[in-house]
Write a protein that binds this ligand. Sequence first.
Ligand SMILES: [Cu+2]
Length: 162
Amino acid sequence: MNFRLHTASYALTIGLLTALSSSALLAAQADDIQVSDPFTREMPPGAFATASFMTLSNQSAQNIKLVQASTNVAKSAELHTHSNNNGVMRMRQVSFFEIPAKGEAKLQPSGNHIMLISPTQPIQAGEHVTVTLTFEDGSNKQVNMPVKSVMKQKQHDHKHHH
Ligand SMILES: [Cu+2]
């Protein structure tokens, strides 16, 4: 072993440690979130908004907040929750959905959902739309999802307020 080789292996070790620690520090929240069963509800004729649903699973040991959403098929997207006031379902905008560490958050009809507002094109069953999720650290996740017809939801939609 000569001195030069020692120096090289030392530098390599330091380099590996640096790479490992910086990748751990820079791990994006979007990479810790897995999305399953995403879908967007078909928009009835004349409607000005529809909603997207999915299950978000957090693989990490930290709670992660979903703070924003956007889509390629509507002017804006908002995070909404539902509350039941004496039998009347009402929606309101919230600033985040929290996905618990090693847990999941379900976005589902009559619960939390992503509201797609002012669609820029018809959103019909059989099509696909993309919803981009933004997490607290600024990292993004694009979710491609089918549009499904959910006629049973129609009655419920009439009680939505925007
Ligand atoms: Cu809504």
